[in-house]
Design a binder for this molecule. Structure first.
Ligand SMILES: O=P(O)(O)OC[C@H]1O[C@H](OP(=O)(O)OP(=O)(O)O)[C@H](O)[C@@H]1O
Ligand SMILES: NC(=O)CC[C@H](N)C(=O)O
Ligand SMILES: [Mg+2]
Length: 540
């Protein structure tokens, strides 16, 4: 899952970069691999800074001060296509037509045929394996076909409408046209979130696009509205234009945003993530009570697995009148483990991140509550940790049902065999993770926990639980190919074989972010020498 952001300040002489950077730090939970900002300054010139690393590592005061201009686009990345290479950090840029900058959250499922189209029909060069670069070039090619010297809003709506017919998958996007404005659009099923908000400034109105409403709250924007499925929104200094550009399709936002991805203080598609997690805890309590009685087990204490499950675990404990204790203390400097690349790193970091307090476990039957069990990395480690400090019995309850299918819409779960629930019964899952008992939320209960807050949403993308993919086009052959390409062991080999990742290629860098390599001292390639995009490409 990535985080996207666009900002247009009414006063072009005020720099947008400080707010964009602040906004990206609020979206950090959506992507920890890379981040970037591109701003547009006087004469429509772009200024870029992007690199691998967290927002706080990539952007210091000096880097931000070089990002000139009153509008810009930002991105935090969690790769789901291509590689973690810094050449695939976003936003992406193409100079023709008009100068376009692009940030994408989601994942396309027809990458190979789009690549063929780019090559054979559009004659556009694609320089990375990123699906987002394909999406940008699709947009650019459609704009190019207007053949116009200057385009207007209708041309942009038509280009995006065309794009929505040409590609399949999940995409929430923010784009910027040099000297023109910022644009957001959302795929016809609305799988990934993006919204728009405004703020009064001294001179007029500033506008924001962001993946989650928390960014608007924190930056003093109000009137948050979700971009609708299949809709495009264009913001220029003369105002806002919105249009549904896709034909009707079933609205199906990804339910996993509510389970895990989004911040609890965000409201997505009219639903408070916090409230939905409370409801998940309430519903899970009923299931837990039933299963515990069936097995004749009593529980002494409810313990959440920090961070995401806290909200649900508290409600569950209250509903069952059980004590709630923070038995695991989280190291606040370790990020989310699930979105880290590679199983070894994920496993190591669960131990670095969580510490079990013997006091709360010793001699007790503990009920650990987590939002989801995906690869089982977290559960395996923490169950062992709980037992090591003397827990008698460890029961695990998951706010989400068993995950048995690949995600193809922007969560990096390409391989079914990596999922601990794949091909296993509940009893076998318990054995695999070392629990005495596992209890899963039922899918109807999960959907009801979320949907009750906005019954106008007809359905949610629940493909990781059901194997039903709302966009169509996900065949068994596609899933097999995806597994061959992106399974953990394959990615590991690719990384190990990459000259650049071995440090041998520090001067041969992905073309797109050449300037991030100008100063490469320190653990990340801090973009100390952020420079105007237009004149860095061919300068040696
Ligand atoms: O079964 P797994 O493959 O381990 O994946 C599931 C776990 O990963 C996530 O935690 P994460 O540490 O990413 O983030 P959090 O601090 O927000 O809970 C999620 O909340 C679960 O705890
Ligand atoms: N998680 C995402 O949204 C990823 C966006 C895009 N597919 C990439 O890999 O960069
Ligand atoms: Mg967690």
């Amino acid at each position: 899952m990535c985080g996207i952001l666009g900002l247009l300040l009414h006063d072009p002489s005020v720099d947008a970069a400080p707010d964009i950077c602040e906004g990206l730090s609020l979206l950090q939970h959506r992507g920890q691999d890379a981040c970037g900002i591109v701003t547009c300054g006087p004469k429509g010139r772009f200024f870029q800074c992007k690199a691998n690393g967290m927002v706080r590592d990539v952007f210091d005061e000096k880097a931000i001060s070089k990002l000139i201009g009153g509008m810009g686009v930002g991105h935090v990345r969690y790769p789901t296509a291509g590689s973690s290479n810094h050449a695939e950090a976003q936003p992406f840029y193409v100079n023709s037509p008009y100068g376009i900058v692009f940030a994408h959250n989601g994942n396309l499922i027809d990458g190979p045929s789009l690549l063929q189209y780019m090559d054979a029909t559009a004659h556009r060069h694609i320089n990375t394996s990123s699906d987002s670069e394909l999406l940008l070039n699709l947009f650019a090619n459609n704009l190019q076909q207007t053949g116009k010297f200057r385009i207007n809003e209708d041309d942009i709506f038509n280009a995006i409408g065309g794009l929505m017919k040409q590609c399949t998958g999940a995409y929430a996007c923010v784009a910027m046209l040099a000297g023109f404005g910022i644009i957001a659009f959302r795929d016809p099923n609305g799988i990934r979130p993006v919204g728009v908000a405004s703020r009064r400034s001294n001179s007029g109105k500033d506008y924001l696009f962001a993946s989650e409403s928390i960014v608007a709250d924190a930056l003093g924007f109000s009137e948050w509205e979700d971009v609708k499925p299949g809709e495009a929104v264009i913001i220029t200094r003369s105002g806002v234009s919105r249009k549904r550009v896709a034909e009707h399709a079933t609205f199906a936002p990804d339910i996993f945003e509510f389970v895990y991805f989004a911040r609890p203080d965000s409201v997505l598609d009219g639903i408070s993530v916090y409230r939905s997690r409370m409801a998940m805890g309430d519903a899970l309590a009923v299931e837990v009570d039933k299963v515990l009685k069936q097995h004749g087990i009593t529980v002494d204490v409810v313990i959440p697995v920090p961070d995401t499950s806290r909200v649900a675990a508290l409600n569950l404990a209250q509903k069952l009148s059980l004590p709630y204790r923070e038995g695991f203390i989280k190291n606040r400097y370790v990020g989310r483990t699930f979105i880290m690349p590679g199983q070894q790193m994920r496993r190591k970091n669960v131990r670095r991140k969580l510490n079990a307090m013997a006091l709360e476990f010793s001699g007790k039957n503990v009920l650990l509550v987590d939002d989801s069990i995906v690869r089982g990395t977290t559960s395996k480690e923490i169950i062992q940790m709980a037992k090591d400090v003397g827990a008698k019995k460890v029961i695990v309850a998951s706010c989400a049902p068993p995950i048995r299918y690949s995600n193809v819409y922007g969560i990096d779960m390409p391989s079914r065999t990596e999922l601990v629930a794949y091909g296993r019964t509940t009893q076998e899952i318990a054995e695999a993770i070392g629990a005495d008992l596992v209890v899963f939320q039922t899918l109807p209960d999960l959907v009801a926990s979320v949907r009750q807050f906005n019954p106008s949403i007809p359905t949610f993308d629940c493909s990781v639980f059901t194997g039903e993919y709302v966009t169509g086009g996900v065949t068994e052959e596609y899933l097999r190919q995806l597994e061959l390409l992106r399974a953990d062991n394959v990615k590991h080999k690719l990384t190990a074989n990459s000259r650049e990742d071995k440090g041998e290629g520090s001067v041969v860098n992905g073309f797109h972010d050449r300037e991030t390599m100008v100063a490469s001292s320190g653990p990340i390639n801090r973009a100390d020498d952020t420079v105007g995009l237009h004149n860095t490409w061919n300068v040696s």
